[in-house]
Design a binder for this molecule. Structure first.
Ligand code: MRU
Length: 366
């Protein structure tokens, strides 16, 4: 039965608990798990139980709070710390560092932790005690969560102005509800349009090696009654050549100041193909994903993951010779020159991206 796409929320704050959908089990099983401490939060982010740049940021913000709360309840760290305040401070900075380092590419993780670090520093300066600081951290996590939900809804409205009823849309990886607080970034306009009868035809790249397109995008779109066709990554050229694609819509993990955008491995190849076929390539980038401190895509650290994801995972038996050398970069950078427009919650930015992104971010600071 068709389900309301807006009810899909990968990160939940319920009865004082941090709950996530374990995305490694989808599409077979929709299981919700609680994350209670630093180890569980870090493991969930590393293993992609929670994934997608904005969702990782939201989870990290709550995760820092629950992990610190757990450490305080357990009376750690004891050690040589002189007093309760010092213990608390030490626990905060250790936890922030551990969670902040769980994955390197999506800037939302460091961005959310940096927001919590500011809350902590300001609260300490104001002379607040650990209980009050914990309360302030929880409030900030809820604010980040609510802001992301609103940003996604707004990106949907902005993105929809670029799309027309009946369009064929190619997407890569999963930048849907599962990757955010709600709605998604690049799938948000598709859900909004669908509610108004746009009748989009979405083509989802399977997205090797972790299959976010097959397991997550195809699942959440089909669940919402959107017409979705799953293709292998190496079929993008064929569907474009057949005239089935009118626009490419993808998410982003970190956009540098010059408009280069890191996203799931394989995105850049799709962008290059789109340019060849004269198809607009839209990158959906909430301001929490724009990193003006990074000048260009060359400076973005690309996560490298285990070779087993390529050689063994999903297969009944290993599909590569034992001990084969592998290279498994999880993201690539789409050069700004291949991006037709950047859709943010503050508006649509067109090239040249340097001044446009700066303007959007200054607006954000106000
Ligand atoms: O490795 P993942 O699944 O976390 O990668 C996710 C992506 O690349 C998404 O496209 C990106 O985070 C944008 S999510 C709105």
């Amino acid at each position: 039965m068709k389900k309301d796409p807006t009810d899909l929320r990968p990160v939940l704050w319920r009865e004082d608990k941090l709950i996530i959908i374990d995305q490694t089990l989808l599409p077979g099983e929709e299981r919700y798990i609680e994350l209670k401490n630093t180890e569980e939060v870090v493991e969930a982010i590393k293993k992609l139980r929670v994934r997608g740049a904005p969702a990782i940021g939201v989870c990290a913000a709550y995760g820092l709070y629950v992990a610190l709360r757990e450490r305080m309840r357990a009376g750690r760290p004891a050690g040589r710390a002189a007093d309760a305040g010092t213990c608390f401070r030490q626990a905060f900075w250790e936890t922030a560092a551990a969670i902040g380092a769980a994955r390197p590419t999506a800037v939302n993780l460091r961005w959310a932790i940096a927001r919590q670090e500011k809350v902590f520093t300001d609260a300490e300066k104001a002379g607040k005690d650990p209980e009050e600081i914990l309360a302030a951290l929880l409030t900030e996590a809820k604010t980040i969560h609510a802001e992301d939900e609103e940003a996604c809804r707004q990106m949907g409205e902005n993105g929809l102005t670029l799309l027309k009823p009946g369009m064929g849309i190619l997407t890569h990886c999963n930048a849907g509800a599962l990757a955010t607080s709600r709605y998604g970034t690049c799938l948000s306009p598709i859900y909004l349009g669908e509610a108004s009868g746009y009748g989009f035809h979405v083509y989802a790249d399977e997205t090797r090696p972790l299959l976010q397109g097959a397991r997550l995008t195809a699942w959440e779109l089909a669940r919402a009654g959107v017409d979705v066709t799953l293709i292998c990554d190496n079929m993008a050229q064929t569907v474009m050549r057949k005239g089935l694609i009118d626009a490419v819509c993808v998410g982003c993990d970190r956009m540098a100041a010059n408009g280069d955008g890191a996203n799931k491995i394989g995105t850049a190849a799709v962008a290059i193909l789109a340019k060849e076929f004269g198809i607009p390539f839209y990158m959906f980038v909430p301001t929490s994903t724009i990193d003006l401190a990074t000048k260009s895509g060359n400076e973005i650290q690309i996560e490298e993951r285990e070779g087993a994801e390529i050689a063994e995972m999903w297969y009944n038996k290993p599909m590569a010779p034992a001990g084969i050398k592998t290279f498994n970069p999880a993201f690539d950078v789409t050069p700004a020159a291949y991006i037709t427009a950047v859709v943010t919650e503050r508006g649509i930015v067109r090239p040249p991206y340097g001044p446009g992104l700066k303007r959007i971010m200054e607006q954000y600071e106000l």
